[in-house]
Design a binder for this molecule. Structure first.
Ligand code: PLP
Length: 380
């Protein structure tokens, strides 16, 4: 059987061995409820608090600012709905971008139905939101700015720090939320430097298991919880903490290679891919050269994304179809970037992890050339 080439790491990653070991260890030995008063509870609580320290240190936060959740989606929902519930008397404008993940877009849409005014900032050709547009949109009525760190389809790195400055300059009673799911573990993150009040991340994008994430809430900032009950996570997220997965998340963070060195290696693979794809007349790179090198959106013009995806799968190569979207509308992100329909319908998202190499690019390119020869060119 051919070697497996997994290039869909923005969808999810394989759990690393350190993370799996940490989950197992906890399931077998530290399975107590961290809220229990006896020693078994205490052992579990120690694991939980150690993990909180690991996460906090990684983003320059204090442990008490980290709230564990089940995933990035839950963190985003909590940040957005929790802010809106708490601040609705102070204003009703929410500023976000037109290219957020559905866990943000669908949540602000819900608030829009409830009477909030939602401003969705456009992007330029590179997929980035313009800093000036952020400054223009944030006014004294704004209670929340939600802007992602890295776009999950294009890899565009968003001007989060500019949003912090815009809030300060306008005197808006706004909190700044950042969906950092695709940047976490790839770009060094400092919550102070970004100037965020709230930041979401998810374990399964960095080789931890699925089912665990966290929300950073800056010390002194209050939002309403979504889940109420036993008051776990200081009342912000009731429900018994999943200590084994949280332990696995912390282990995955500890197992990450030094971020800057890894970034350079990934940049090198990305540059290599760009050069290889240039050999073909019909493979076009949609991601901007200054995008996060872990995500590269390409189009194989004339060939439908899904057809290519399944052809590649038959060669043991796994990618994501950039245009997978309800009702055959095509990717709203690529549409925002001004790409034409033909290019959008033939888009593929390649997303990398530390386990990928240049050899994977060669195998992908070979398989794409084979697809172009074998498959009928669709009329798109
Ligand atoms: N935000 C972004 C940018 C994402 O790419 C994703 C998942 O792909 C999420 C949020 C949701 O994360 P989760 O799958 O942990 O709910």
């Amino acid at each position: 059987m051919d070697r497996t080439v997994y290039l869909d790491n923005s969808a999810t990653t394989a759990a690393c061995k350190e993370s799996v070991a940490a989950v197992n260890e906890c399931l077998l030995n530290t399975w107590g409820n961290p809220s229990s008063l006896h020693t078994l509870g205490m052992f579990a609580e120690n694991v939980l608090e150690d993990a909180r320290k690991t996460v906090a240190e990684f983003i320059g936060a204090k442990p008490k600012e980290i709230y564990f959740t089940s995933c990035g989606t839950e963190s985003n929902n909590t940040a957005i709905l929790g802010t809106a519930l708490r601040r609705k008397k102070r204003g009703n404008r929410i500023v976000t971008t037109a290219v957020e993940h559905p866990s943000v877009e669908e949540t602000v849409k819900r608030l829009e139905k409830d009477g909030f005014e939602v401003i969705r900032l456009k992007t330029d050709k590179s997929g980035k939101t313009n800093e000036k547009d952020i400054f223009d949109a944030v006014d004294k009525n704004t209670v929340l700015v939600s802007i992602m760190l890295v776009n999950n389809e294009s890899g565009a790195i968003m001007p989060v720090e500019a949003a912090a400055r815009a809030i300060k300059q306008s005197g808006a009673p706004a909190l700044l939320h950042c969906d950092a799911v695709q940047g976490f573990g790839k770009l060094p993150i400092s919550v102070q430097k970004l100037g965020v009040d709230l930041l979401s991340a998810s374990g399964h994008k960095i080789h931890a298991p699925k089912g665990v994430g966290f929300l950073y809430i800056k010390d002194g900032v209050s939002i309403d919880p979504l889940l109420t009950g036993g008051g776990q996570e200081k009342g912000m997220r009731s429900g018994t903490e999943c200590v084994p997965l949280i332990n696995g998340f912390a282990a995955a963070i500890k197992a990450l290679p030094e971020l800057k060195t890894q970034y350079k290696k990934q940049q090198d693979i990305c540059n290599y891919a760009r050069n290889v794809f240039q050999k073909s007349d019909i493979i076009k790179v949609n991601s901007s050269p200054d995008a996060l090198p872990y995500i590269m959106n390409i189009s194989v013009e004339g060939y439908r994304s899904e057809t290519l995806l399944h052809f590649l799968e038959s060669r043991n190569i796994y990618v994501s179809s950039g245009s997978a979207c309800a009702k055959g509308k095509g990717s709203y992100v690529l549409n925002e970037m001004g790409l034409d329909r033909r290019r959008i319908d033939s888009a593929l998202r390649l997303s990398f992890s530390r386990y990928n190499s240049k050899e994977d690019i060669d195998l992908l390119y070979g398989a794409l050339c084979e697809a172009v020869n074998k498959l009928k060119r669709n009329n798109i």
